[in-house]
Ligand binder design. Structure first.
Ligand code: SF4
Ligand code: F3S
Ligand code: FES
Length: 248
């Protein structure tokens, strides 16, 4: 184990600076140290003005998302000793910078509000009952911690940010569509407002998810298939009409 590590941390204050730059700090390494520890060491001992957002330090809240050596990652889950003796830490590129490592992810909350909400089937008897086997498909999607690393890595979001809701919200739609008591189909929304057609299945989102959600395989591809069925397969359209699952 190295005794110290060179931390190159991105610095940018939009209220003061024209452009950002990396600043190097030498930080002593301790056993089990994660990148967030090293950033806190800088904040506590070298520069208290360093902007960093975190909350749980346990990979649960999603707020310490950043780009570590170019890879979207959680700072609290990435071990310093897994990265060599020089580490670059930068804010997520897909979102505007508030200060240094802190980004403004509020656009995601706007998208969240647009997803057609859970709509229970009519006439359900109280209390609602769901068989264990019926919740298993959507359980994976509910592990999302809303770190937005998948949104950050998606080239469609980076290049056409207004047009595509992004992988996190394809997961959200899939979690609702696979809910056994939900009554609506979100294909119309995903196709016409969500920009699902922009996703070309690169799977980069899936490769960075700290919860190991199979974003592309289990959420995006089935939702895209459902869109194709809803719009172009007359048999499925008829079946959905008979079942009464309304398109949204
Ligand atoms: Fe983060 Fe994974 Fe949720 Fe995307 S799907 S926001 S990468 S936890
Ligand atoms: Fe983007 Fe993931 Fe599709 S990275 S292009 S949403 S497979
Ligand atoms: Fe909560 Fe890292 S501090 S996920």
């Amino acid at each position: 184990m190295n005794k110290e590590v060179k931390m190159n941390v991105y610095r940018f204050d939009p209220n003061k600076d024209k452009e950002g730059k990396f600043q190097e700090f030498t930080v002593p390494v301790k056993e089990g140290m994660v990148v967030l520890d090293a950033v806190h060491y800088i904040e506590n001992n070298m520069d208290p003005t360093l902007g960093v957002r975190w909350n749980c330090k346990a990979a649960r809240c999603g707020s310490c998302a950043a780009e570590i050596n170019g890879k979207p990652s959680l700072m609290c889950k990435t071990r310093v000793d897994s990265l060599g003796d020089k580490i670059h830490v930068a804010p997520m590129k897909a979102f505007p910078i508030v200060k240094d490592l802190v980004t403004d992810v509020s656009r995601n909350w706007e998208i969240a509000r647009k997803i057609p909400e859970f709509t229970p089937k009519k006439g359900l008897k109280e209390p609602w009952q769901i068989a264990e086997i019926d919740v298993s498909r959507s359980r994976e999607f509910r592990n999302c911690i809303e770190c937005f690393l998948c949104q950050d890595v998606c080239h469609v979001i980076r290049e056409h940010d207004k047009d595509y809701i992004g992988p996190r919200f394809m997961v959200k739609a899939a979690s609702l569509d696979t809910h056994p008591l939900d009554s609506i189909n979100r294909s119309k929304f995903l196709h016409e407002e969500g920009g699902a057609g922009y996703c070309n299945i690169t799977k980069c989102c899936q490769s960075v998810c700290p919860e190991h959600i199979a974003i592309t395989d289990n959420a995006i591809i089935p939702e895209k298939e459902s869109i194709v069925d809803s719009y172009y397969d007359p048999v499925t359209m008829l079946f959905k009409k008979i079942r009464g699952k309304h398109g949204q």
